[in-house]
Ligand binder design. Structure first.
Ligand code: MN
Length: 259
Protein backbone atom coordinates (compact mmCIF):
# COMPACT_ATOMS: atom_id res chain seq x y z
CA UNK A 1 0.00 0.00 0.00
CA UNK A 2 1.09 3.53 -0.71
CA UNK A 3 1.46 5.61 2.41
CA UNK A 4 0.28 8.75 0.68
CA UNK A 5 -3.03 7.14 -0.37
CA UNK A 6 -3.58 5.75 3.13
CA UNK A 7 -3.01 9.23 4.49
CA UNK A 8 -5.31 10.80 1.92
CA UNK A 9 -8.18 8.51 2.86
CA UNK A 10 -7.52 9.03 6.57
CA UNK A 11 -7.39 12.81 6.29
CA UNK A 12 -10.56 12.91 4.19
CA UNK A 13 -12.47 10.78 6.71
CA UNK A 14 -11.05 12.76 9.63
CA UNK A 15 -12.07 16.03 7.98
CA UNK A 16 -8.53 17.37 7.75
CA UNK A 17 -9.06 17.45 3.98
CA UNK A 18 -12.32 18.50 2.32
CA UNK A 19 -13.81 17.92 -1.11
CA UNK A 20 -15.22 21.10 -2.65
CA UNK A 21 -17.65 20.84 -5.56
CA UNK A 22 -16.70 23.45 -8.17
CA UNK A 23 -19.62 22.50 -10.45
CA UNK A 24 -22.90 24.32 -11.08
CA UNK A 25 -26.17 22.38 -11.41
CA UNK A 26 -26.80 21.14 -14.97
CA UNK A 27 -30.41 21.42 -16.13
CA UNK A 28 -32.91 23.31 -18.27
CA UNK A 29 -32.08 26.52 -16.35
CA UNK A 30 -28.38 26.34 -17.27
CA UNK A 31 -27.32 29.45 -19.21
CA UNK A 32 -25.70 28.70 -22.57
CA UNK A 33 -23.29 30.91 -24.49
CA UNK A 34 -24.91 33.03 -27.21
CA UNK A 35 -23.14 33.42 -30.56
CA UNK A 36 -24.05 36.12 -33.07
CA UNK A 37 -25.41 35.06 -36.50
CA UNK A 38 -24.33 33.42 -38.76
CA UNK A 39 -22.70 31.11 -36.18
CA UNK A 40 -24.65 28.02 -35.14
CA UNK A 41 -26.04 28.33 -31.61
CA UNK A 42 -25.59 25.73 -28.91
CA UNK A 43 -28.87 24.30 -27.63
CA UNK A 44 -29.87 24.54 -24.00
CA UNK A 45 -30.26 21.50 -21.79
CA UNK A 46 -33.28 19.27 -22.34
CA UNK A 47 -34.17 16.44 -20.02
CA UNK A 48 -36.79 13.95 -21.20
CA UNK A 49 -38.01 11.11 -19.04
CA UNK A 50 -37.53 7.61 -20.40
CA UNK A 51 -39.42 6.11 -17.47
CA UNK A 52 -40.32 7.08 -13.90
CA UNK A 53 -41.38 3.95 -12.00
CA UNK A 54 -44.33 3.66 -14.36
CA UNK A 55 -45.60 1.55 -17.23
CA UNK A 56 -42.54 2.57 -19.26
CA UNK A 57 -40.32 1.04 -16.57
CA UNK A 58 -42.08 0.04 -13.37
CA UNK A 59 -39.01 -0.18 -11.12
CA UNK A 60 -36.68 2.36 -12.65
CA UNK A 61 -36.28 6.08 -13.37
CA UNK A 62 -33.99 7.51 -16.05
CA UNK A 63 -33.77 10.36 -18.51
CA UNK A 64 -32.66 11.13 -22.02
CA UNK A 65 -30.37 14.19 -22.12
CA UNK A 66 -29.57 16.65 -24.89
CA UNK A 67 -27.12 19.55 -24.77
CA UNK A 68 -24.07 20.96 -26.51
CA UNK A 69 -20.69 19.69 -25.36
CA UNK A 70 -19.87 23.14 -23.94
CA UNK A 71 -22.72 23.50 -21.48
CA UNK A 72 -22.68 24.41 -17.81
CA UNK A 73 -19.58 23.57 -15.81
CA UNK A 74 -17.52 21.97 -18.57
CA UNK A 75 -14.13 20.94 -19.89
CA UNK A 76 -12.63 22.31 -23.15
CA UNK A 77 -10.34 19.91 -25.03
CA UNK A 78 -7.68 21.22 -27.47
CA UNK A 79 -9.62 19.88 -30.47
CA UNK A 80 -12.38 22.41 -29.63
CA UNK A 81 -10.37 25.10 -31.40
CA UNK A 82 -8.94 25.10 -34.93
CA UNK A 83 -5.48 25.82 -33.50
CA UNK A 84 -5.57 22.49 -31.65
CA UNK A 85 -7.20 20.34 -34.31
CA UNK A 86 -4.01 18.58 -35.46
CA UNK A 87 -2.46 17.97 -32.05
CA UNK A 88 -2.01 14.42 -30.73
CA UNK A 89 -4.27 13.25 -27.89
CA UNK A 90 -6.42 16.36 -28.29
CA UNK A 91 -9.94 14.99 -27.73
CA UNK A 92 -12.01 13.90 -24.73
CA UNK A 93 -11.35 10.20 -25.40
CA UNK A 94 -7.61 10.47 -26.13
CA UNK A 95 -6.31 12.92 -23.51
CA UNK A 96 -4.20 10.86 -21.07
CA UNK A 97 -6.16 10.38 -17.85
CA UNK A 98 -3.33 11.64 -15.64
CA UNK A 99 -3.97 15.11 -17.05
CA UNK A 100 -7.38 15.15 -15.37
CA UNK A 101 -5.68 15.60 -12.01
CA UNK A 102 -3.65 18.69 -11.19
CA UNK A 103 -2.83 21.34 -8.65
CA UNK A 104 -4.57 24.71 -8.83
CA UNK A 105 -3.38 28.31 -8.55
CA UNK A 106 -6.27 30.65 -7.75
CA UNK A 107 -5.93 34.30 -8.75
CA UNK A 108 -8.55 36.47 -7.06
CA UNK A 109 -9.71 39.51 -9.04
CA UNK A 110 -13.16 39.73 -7.46
CA UNK A 111 -12.66 43.33 -6.30
CA UNK A 112 -11.54 44.50 -9.75
CA UNK A 113 -14.42 42.74 -11.51
CA UNK A 114 -16.95 44.27 -9.11
CA UNK A 115 -16.23 47.67 -10.66
CA UNK A 116 -15.36 46.51 -14.19
CA UNK A 117 -17.18 43.53 -15.73
CA UNK A 118 -14.72 43.62 -18.67
CA UNK A 119 -11.71 43.31 -16.37
CA UNK A 120 -8.78 41.39 -17.88
CA UNK A 121 -5.96 39.61 -16.09
CA UNK A 122 -2.65 41.07 -17.32
CA UNK A 123 0.93 39.80 -16.83
CA UNK A 124 1.88 42.27 -14.03
CA UNK A 125 -0.97 40.86 -11.92
CA UNK A 126 0.31 37.33 -12.49
CA UNK A 127 3.79 38.42 -11.45
CA UNK A 128 2.41 40.19 -8.36
CA UNK A 129 0.54 36.99 -7.42
CA UNK A 130 3.73 34.99 -7.88
CA UNK A 131 5.68 37.32 -5.60
CA UNK A 132 3.20 36.42 -2.85
CA UNK A 133 2.62 32.73 -3.59
CA UNK A 134 5.55 31.51 -5.67
CA UNK A 135 5.92 30.81 -9.36
CA UNK A 136 2.98 29.07 -11.03
CA UNK A 137 4.27 25.52 -11.53
CA UNK A 138 4.21 23.74 -14.86
CA UNK A 139 1.13 21.54 -15.20
CA UNK A 140 -1.02 23.62 -12.82
CA UNK A 141 -4.54 24.82 -13.46
CA UNK A 142 -4.81 28.60 -13.28
CA UNK A 143 -8.24 29.52 -11.94
CA UNK A 144 -9.52 33.08 -12.28
CA UNK A 145 -11.68 33.90 -9.28
CA UNK A 146 -14.03 36.71 -10.26
CA UNK A 147 -17.16 36.24 -8.16
CA UNK A 148 -19.06 35.84 -11.43
CA UNK A 149 -20.67 32.58 -10.30
CA UNK A 150 -22.78 34.60 -7.85
CA UNK A 151 -24.74 35.74 -10.93
CA UNK A 152 -27.36 33.00 -10.78
CA UNK A 153 -29.77 34.89 -13.05
CA UNK A 154 -28.97 33.79 -16.64
CA UNK A 155 -29.23 37.33 -18.08
CA UNK A 156 -26.83 38.70 -15.46
CA UNK A 157 -24.52 35.72 -15.94
CA UNK A 158 -24.28 36.16 -19.73
CA UNK A 159 -24.44 40.00 -19.38
CA UNK A 160 -25.08 40.63 -23.07
CA UNK A 161 -25.38 44.26 -24.20
CA UNK A 162 -26.01 45.76 -27.63
CA UNK A 163 -22.30 45.47 -28.32
CA UNK A 164 -22.06 41.86 -27.20
CA UNK A 165 -21.31 40.13 -23.90
CA UNK A 166 -19.40 41.79 -21.08
CA UNK A 167 -17.59 39.43 -18.72
CA UNK A 168 -14.04 39.21 -17.33
CA UNK A 169 -11.18 37.11 -18.61
CA UNK A 170 -7.57 37.08 -19.73
CA UNK A 171 -5.55 39.63 -21.73
CA UNK A 172 -3.83 37.91 -24.71
CA UNK A 173 -0.40 38.64 -23.16
CA UNK A 174 -1.47 36.86 -19.96
CA UNK A 175 -2.55 33.82 -21.94
CA UNK A 176 0.79 33.81 -23.80
CA UNK A 177 2.68 34.00 -20.51
CA UNK A 178 0.70 31.19 -18.90
CA UNK A 179 0.78 28.90 -21.95
CA UNK A 180 4.38 29.41 -23.10
CA UNK A 181 6.40 30.49 -20.06
CA UNK A 182 4.49 28.75 -17.27
CA UNK A 183 3.35 25.70 -19.25
CA UNK A 184 0.09 25.47 -17.29
CA UNK A 185 -2.41 22.64 -17.67
CA UNK A 186 -5.16 25.08 -18.57
CA UNK A 187 -7.34 28.00 -17.53
CA UNK A 188 -10.47 27.80 -15.38
CA UNK A 189 -13.09 30.53 -15.02
CA UNK A 190 -16.45 31.26 -13.41
CA UNK A 191 -17.87 32.73 -16.63
CA UNK A 192 -19.69 30.90 -19.45
CA UNK A 193 -16.45 30.42 -21.43
CA UNK A 194 -12.74 30.80 -20.79
CA UNK A 195 -12.52 33.97 -22.87
CA UNK A 196 -13.69 37.41 -21.81
CA UNK A 197 -17.04 38.57 -23.18
CA UNK A 198 -15.41 41.01 -25.59
CA UNK A 199 -12.60 38.66 -26.64
CA UNK A 200 -13.86 38.35 -30.22
CA UNK A 201 -12.26 41.76 -30.83
CA UNK A 202 -8.90 40.88 -29.23
CA UNK A 203 -5.68 40.15 -31.14
CA UNK A 204 -5.73 37.21 -31.52
CA UNK A 205 -9.48 36.79 -31.14
CA UNK A 206 -10.50 34.51 -28.25
CA UNK A 207 -6.93 34.13 -26.93
CA UNK A 208 -7.89 31.74 -24.11
CA UNK A 209 -9.07 29.36 -26.84
CA UNK A 210 -6.72 30.26 -29.72
CA UNK A 211 -3.47 30.24 -27.73
CA UNK A 212 -4.30 27.72 -25.01
CA UNK A 213 -5.75 25.02 -27.25
CA UNK A 214 -3.04 25.63 -29.86
CA UNK A 215 -0.56 24.80 -27.09
CA UNK A 216 -2.45 21.58 -26.24
CA UNK A 217 -3.93 22.99 -23.04
CA UNK A 218 -7.39 22.79 -21.55
CA UNK A 219 -10.19 24.99 -20.31
CA UNK A 220 -12.76 24.83 -17.52
CA UNK A 221 -15.78 27.14 -17.66
CA UNK A 222 -18.69 27.99 -15.37
CA UNK A 223 -16.88 26.97 -12.19
CA UNK A 224 -18.20 27.99 -8.77
CA UNK A 225 -17.00 27.94 -5.17
CA UNK A 226 -13.55 29.25 -6.12
CA UNK A 227 -13.79 31.39 -2.96
CA UNK A 228 -13.44 28.15 -0.98
CA UNK A 229 -10.02 27.34 -2.48
CA UNK A 230 -6.65 28.43 -1.12
CA UNK A 231 -4.41 30.42 -3.52
CA UNK A 232 -2.21 27.33 -3.87
CA UNK A 233 -2.28 23.72 -2.77
CA UNK A 234 -5.70 22.50 -3.89
CA UNK A 235 -5.83 19.37 -6.04
CA UNK A 236 -8.34 19.51 -8.89
CA UNK A 237 -10.10 16.53 -10.41
CA UNK A 238 -11.58 17.66 -13.74
CA UNK A 239 -12.46 15.01 -16.29
CA UNK A 240 -14.72 15.21 -19.33
CA UNK A 241 -16.94 12.35 -20.43
CA UNK A 242 -15.02 9.98 -22.70
CA UNK A 243 -16.87 11.16 -25.81
CA UNK A 244 -15.28 9.76 -28.98
CA UNK A 245 -13.57 12.70 -30.70
CA UNK A 246 -15.34 14.95 -28.19
CA UNK A 247 -14.43 18.65 -28.07
CA UNK A 248 -15.46 18.95 -24.43
CA UNK A 249 -18.18 17.92 -22.05
CA UNK A 250 -19.97 18.89 -18.91
CA UNK A 251 -17.81 17.80 -15.98
CA UNK A 252 -18.11 17.34 -12.26
CA UNK A 253 -15.10 19.37 -11.16
CA UNK A 254 -13.91 18.62 -7.62
CA UNK A 255 -11.16 20.12 -5.49
CA UNK A 256 -9.42 18.55 -2.50
CA UNK A 257 -8.36 21.23 -0.03
CA UNK A 258 -7.08 21.45 3.54
CA UNK A 259 -9.98 22.02 5.95
MN1 MN B 1 -16.17 25.52 -23.81
Amino acid sequence: MSGVLDRLIHELSAGALQVIDLSRPLGPETAVIELPPPFAPSPGVTVEEISHYDERGPAWYWNRLAFGEHTGTHFDAPIHWITGRELPDNACDTIPADRFLGTACVLDVTAEVATDPDFLLVPPLIEAWESDHGRIPAGAWVLLRTGWSERTDPAAFLNVGEDGPHSPGFHPAAVELLARERDVLGLGVETVGTDAGQAGSFEPPFPAHTIMHGAGKFGLASLCNLDRLPPTGAILIAAPLKIVNGSGSPARVLAIVPA
